[in-house]
Design a protein around this ligand. Structure first.
Ligand code: RAM
Length: 573
């Protein structure tokens, strides 16, 4: 029950879906405690017995686990600090044309707030000019007579205008209210300089004087902040954008990535402030063409590895502090993406030692991802896993998950070739053709020229994109599926930049470069048009308030998985 509660708190859509379907108990037996059963699965019909192979990997995992965490510790990056100052005092006004209905209007210079006596009820909003992650400090002063009572301030930090202008309470969201960045500060001694202990992700700060003496008045004398990140901007390679639009896409994705790069790759510096495997893969790709902080990828991989379950299941998400620990949920598709993430790390960094060190864990993940694949090679959605793919409330996951498992399998094979372990996983070449054939026979609709998913034969962008990336359709079928699905009115579309990333990637893989880049400009460019200065966790054109968590105020507006335009622009193919 404890696990069910923590899951429902963190993954409300999944939980409510399962509850509605009367399937809640499956959450309890989810992921980490599930022991693969094997019978009836593809693992049971191979010419190699995989049981001893996986057992050997488990022994190695147990032996190496402690050293993985030590290596993670050793690779902890130095955080770089940059002083920041507010650039303006702004008002936030209603404007139906602006994102979430709010626009900012510059009303004054920040100096206008300083060195004047303040009264209860006074309020102002500072704009720091760009989003960053860091610490906020300010100084208070007195005037001719001593300040004869405590000063009480209310502060709100916002990534977007809505957070500082809309009331947080009553809070309808399904995630914890404490993520919202507000504080009440009581100041007993004036003058003094205060540095707030919490780290915030913000561009705007609203300050309200809740209570203060009308007799011995106080005032502000300074506002400043310190931006922190492990991204070193001096390491950015030269890049010549071909247009102002490209320059803006690049700039905003780099800022998004920078603000999420802390002592791990965080998913969002406002929320959840932790390492998620699916986000890590995309951040790492963007990082390889930009800040090139290989150690941060290494550290993140080692934390996920060192916090694997006793059954050898890698971290879906892990916390760094107070000591590295695995989060309570397990996403099957993220598990399948561990191999590609290690492979790409090896290709980008050349660090073969780490790839070899993590190899047993890479292999062991197949024990989990192949468990739902039946003897014919078809993925049968299991009841005891979180199948993510995208934050979509009704998406049928069968076809995309089939493809992601296959994609992970192929990456494992490629990695094996690179580190001379191919004999150890020779069985993969028996599985690939079966999974490809099963997809072509059972999930491809030749009349429609599209992949379908689940008993209702649903059509989604996610199914087409992942099947293309897994190399299932021919070149011609891939083009047909990708262009066809984008014209199909009833097809399920992506909800997040995470899934849109894979759409662009698949369009490029299908040889549809123009369409891929057009989609990139249209989707991420849509956020820019709405004033984004970091890219958002969720963006569905036409619905600025959509949230998987019951309140747009708890969405993250600087989100790891949306940082990939720079990857597409800079990798240059
Ligand atoms: C959310 C986070 C994270 C994502 C998971 C699946 O909690 O935003 O980025 O990886 O969901």
């Amino acid at each position: 029950m404890r696990q069910l509660l923590s899951l429902t708190a963190e993954i409300p859509w999944i939980a409510s879906f399962l509850l509605a379907a009367g399937l809640a108990p499956m959450l309890v037996a989810q992921g980490p405690d599930a022991t693969p059963k094997t019978a009836g699965t593809i693992k049971a019909v191979l010419s190699t017995d995989l049981v001893p192979l996986f057992q050997r990997q488990m022994d190695l995992i147990e032996k190496r686990r402690a050293s993985w965490l030590r290596r993670a510790e050793k690779a902890t990056p130095k955080l770089l600090c940059k002083p920041m100052r507010p650039v303006a005092v702004v008002a936030i006004e209603k404007d139906t044309a602006s994102f979430q209905g709010w626009k900012t209007v510059v009303t004054n210079k920040p100096e206008s707030i300083c060195n004047r006596p303040m009264l209860p009820g006074d309020s102002f909003i500072l704009d720091f000019g760009e989003h960053f992650t860091g610490q906020f400090s300010f100084a208070v002063r007195r005037f001719d007579i001593p300040v004869d009572a405590p000063v009480r301030l209310a502060l709100i930090f916002g990534e977007v205008p809505a957070e500082v202008i809309e009331p947080f309470d009553p809070f309808p969201g399904t995630l914890t209210r404490a993520w919202l960045q507000d504080e009440v500060v009581n100041i007993d001694d004036v003058p003094q300089t205060l540095r707030l202990p919490r780290r915030y992700a913000f561009r705007y700060v609203k300050v309200t004087v809740v209570s203060a003496s009308r007799h011995g008045r106080f005032g502000f004398s300074d506002f400043r902040a310190e931006a922190v990140s492990s991204a070193d901007e001096t390491r950015l390679p030269e890049f010549t954008p071909r247009s102002a639009d490209e320059a803006a896409l690049d700039r905003v994705s780099l800022r998004t990535l920078r603000d999420c790069m802390q002592t791990v790759f965080e998913d969002g510096p406002k929320r959840d402030r932790r390492l998620w495997l699916g986000d890590l893969r995309l951040q790492a790709l963007a990082n390889y063409v930009s800040y090139r902080n290989y150690d941060l990828v290494k550290r993140s991989l080692y934390i996920l590895a060192g916090t694997a379950t006793d059954q050898g299941l890698v971290g879906t998400c892990s916390f760094e502090r107070p000591e590295p620990v695995r989060g309570g949920n397990s996403i099957l598709d993220y598990t399948a993406l561990f191999a590609p993430t290690v492979l790409e790390y090896l290709e980008a960094s050349g660090d073969r030692k780490t790839a070899e060190d993590l190899w047993p864990l890479v292999v062991k993940q197949l024990d989990f991802t192949l468990e739902p694949v039946n003897a014919e090679g078809l993925f049968v959605p299991p009841k005891d896993w979180w199948l993510f793919v995208d934050w979509h409330p009704t998406l049928d996951k069968q076809a995309p998950e089939h493809a992601i498992v296959l994609f992970g399998l192929k990456a494992t094979q490629q990695l094996a070739r690179k580190i001379a372990k191919d004999r150890e996983v020779a069985f993969i070449s028996e599985i690939i053709p079966r999974m490809e054939a099963a997809a072509r026979q059972q999930l491809w609709d030749p009349k429609l020229g599209l992949f379908v998913s689940g008993p209702k034969r649903e059509i989604s962008w996610a199914s087409q994109a992942w099947m293309v990336l897994a190399g299932v359709p021919s070149r011609e079928q891939a083009r047909q599926a990708m262009t066809g699905v984008m014209r199909q009115p009833g097809a399920d579309k992506p909800v997040t930049p995470y899934m849109h990333h894979y759409m662009v990637e698949a369009l490029l893989a299908a040889g549809l470069r123009d369409e891929g880049m057009a989609h990139l400009h249209h989707y991420w460019g849509g956020m820019l048009k709405k004033g984004a200065d970091t890219f958002w966790e969720v963006y569905v054109p036409g619905d600025d308030h959509l949230s998987p968590y019951g309140s747009h105020l708890i969405n993250s507006y600087c989100h790891a998985w949306s940082c990939t335009p720079t990857y597409f622009l800079r990798r240059g193919k």
